[in-house]
Write a protein that binds this ligand. Sequence first.
Ligand code: SF4
Length: 344
Amino acid sequence: MPYQQKINLLDLDSSKLTQKISELALPVFTTKQIYQWIFQKHVLDFDLMTNISQKNRLILKQHFQINNIKDQKKITDQDNTQKYTLTLEDNHKIEMVILPEKKYHTLCVSSQCGCPLNCQYCVTGLTGFQRDLKRSEILLQLLLALQDNQNINHIVFMGMGEPLLNVNQVLNAIKDITNPQKFNFSKRKITVSTSGIITGIQTLIQKNISLNLAISIGHPVAEKRRFIMPVEKNNPLKKIIPLLKEYLKIHNRKLTLEYTLLKGFNDQETTISELVNIAKFLSAKINLINLNPHPLIKYQPISGPEIIKIKKYIENQRVSVTIRYKKGHKINAGCGQLATSKDR
Ligand code: SF4
């Protein structure tokens, strides 16, 4: 069978894989063996699955693939943030980042190759869109990170792309990440960051899927938001906010409003006051992110004292607020800095 016709078994549900295993006349317990190697030992090479007979490994290799990442490069920042650039089967590149914490690490995964949304404070958006990632390509990011670093206990869909524009593949990947037979992560340890896609949020409501959601606000006023987030045109905050209120009814997790601060554009007290109103209406917390500057971005960050002043203002309004401190910006691994290296 030619290489390109092989199925990536990470794209299959376990029932589908079991069916294929049975069609190939392999023992029924082969699925369980494969899953133990992949999800418990992070082994992605059939040749290393030594409790499967050599003859059966050969059959598996003829029909399936697992790790189809062609190349993987890693750079580490002084603060120990690690950025990986992965070359996919079709030569497109994606990036993922491991953010170190004291006791555990957070993995920031990509859901698309590039991004079509063109947010004006994000290099990924400014450098175009290639395609959606497959479920296997999302899961491989986690597997490669786990091979390298066993201490990951938080996964955030905040890398390249808008996860809710690739909602089916993202939800299938999350199903595997939380599956006790597979990665067995708690849903509480997974956060999906979105710029607010109406159809995507409707899917979460219809399918009754509870996730930690973080919504990028950009600017609380529609005309201004549209200026830096073109997504506002077809997915306006005035429709997103009631939808989020509805979403909140299906679970008890606090929403996070992500707010990237752009000097002179969205840092005025009147603007922050509008942001606070949205947070109060949604009982959400606010995460302040100072812009990571980049030559392609025409905005500038605000100063350290200014961000503290904004935080205090929000706290005084009795809204929960945090500041996301910069990590990995020296290796272009910070928020909004991910892109394929040819784009730099
Ligand atoms: S901020 Fe997110 S949604 Fe906006 S362009 Fe960047 S990757 Fe896409």
